[in-house]
Design a protein around this ligand. Sequence first.
Ligand SMILES: [Zn+2]
Length: 243
Amino acid sequence: MTCDAVHTADRADRITGTVADLTWIAESWPDLHQMRLPGTRRRRTRRPLSRTARRRADELARTERQEQPLAVLGASRAPMHVAVLDDLAQVLAEATETAAGINAATGIVEPDPPSTAYDFEALDRLLAYAAAHLAAAADADPGVLDDAQAAAARMRRTLERSLSEIVDGQVLSTVCAWCHGRTAEAPVGGERTLVVRLVAGNPLIVCESDACEPPPADCGTWLFGKPAWPDAEWEWLAKRLGA
Ligand SMILES: [Zn+2]
């Protein structure tokens, strides 16, 4: 292979890798965005878990967690601050800059910029624009590829860290008082489905069963379509669980 051919193949690999990172970011940021709203009511129609969310749920299920009795949970709150909005704003700023660099190199019309530093809806169009025109930009100015590759890697690391901090599951030893640990896979019940999760720095106990339907009087918070109880309700919850 000639020197030029090696260079061309290497560049193609870098473009492919960068586009893969941009695509991963586009798929993953809505998960983080949704999780910043722990009190969001369940939507009427359940949407299937995204691939990322399902992978995280699988990891959660596989990981052996150290169990603690519910009574001590109040004392074991992790001093963790998850600055989800700041992380997303950082990703948005990087995506905006990347799109601007590609626009400068190619002259291809850019999508509308975000209206504010927290206009996360703009991420989709900026990331799609960057992925679509990266190759053309790299032809016009190799420096744009260097910048875009580094920015995509940074954005991905930021999202991965933010997502992993939030899924801080600790499985409770108590069986859920509503579904009694029944799931689609374990219709007999008895599974340990109650998991502590930190969402935007706030701890919640979530029943991860796919078959848990507490009445509205017993649960006012839903996370990813699962019933959840914020820490203010844990004392009440502990009584209901007989802990
Ligand atoms: Zn349950």
